[in-house]
Unconditional design. Structure first.
Length: 202
């Protein structure tokens, strides 16, 4: 069941649903969480395999959840750490705003505009069919782009600190998304994507 404020429009013209909630955290709170997460998250550089090559990303990530869920992406499997107090608070807030339940969170730390995320969809088996993914942004504002896999139509939006974006329905099946690199941004950004892992592998 989804409880969405009636005022929210679907940003996608077809084949999925993306809702922008705007700022759900006042600036001071957003700053507070940014600083806490910088300190408390076990930030790691990922080793990903791209076109068969092992690459160490500049971007750092963290993987947290209600249990030690295993998550596989780009052929790397990681075991979740248990929620920190701040992550639990943010999860509760996002569940309240979206009316959905989430049991895990992937965090990304982009040190500057030199780091981004290339085109992908979040369609890992662990997320099940038509996953809902809630994305909270902290730190500097960055541009986020969605692109339809066949029509190539693009939807662009700015994600300011404290703002929430929800992707659900068939979005991951028909659209890819990216965080483009940019020379204009020198400040760091943290993004949290709350997800719901379906299969509990121990
Ligand atoms: O940083 C963002 O806004 C996007 C992150 C993302 O797409 C992901 O973690 O799968
Ligand atoms: Fe993503």
């Amino acid at each position: 069941m989804e409880i969405l404020p009636e005022s929210l429009n679907n940003l996608l013209p077809y084949d999925g649903e993306v809702y922008f909630f705007g700022k759900i955290l006042p600036s001071k709170k957003a700053d507070h969480y940014f600083n806490r997460l910088m300190e408390d998250i076990d930030w790691r550089q990922d080793e990903v395999i791209i076109f068969g090559k092992r690459i160490i990303t500049k971007r750092k990530t963290g993987w947290y959840g209600a249990e030690e869920f295993e998550y596989t992406y780009s052929r790397i499997t990681r075991k979740a750490k248990i929620w920190t107090p701040e992550l639990k608070e943010l999860k509760d807030l996002i569940e309240e705003k979206t009316g959905l339940k989430f049991n895990s969170c992937l965090l990304n730390l982009y040190h500057s505009g030199e780091e981004g995320m290339s085109w992908h969809s979040d369609a890992e088996a662990e997320l099940g069919k038509n996953p809902a993914i809630a994305s909270l942004s902290l730190g500097t504002t960055r541009k986020f782009v969605l692109k339809h896999k066949t029509s190539k139509e693009k939807i662009e939006l700015e994600l300011p600190p404290g703002s929430l974006l929800l992707m659900q329905g068939e979005t991951q099946k028909y659209w890819v998304h990216s965080l483009p690199k940019t020379k204009k941004v020198t400040e760091p950004r943290i993004n949290l994507t709350f997800r719901n892992i379906q299969k509990i592998k121990k």
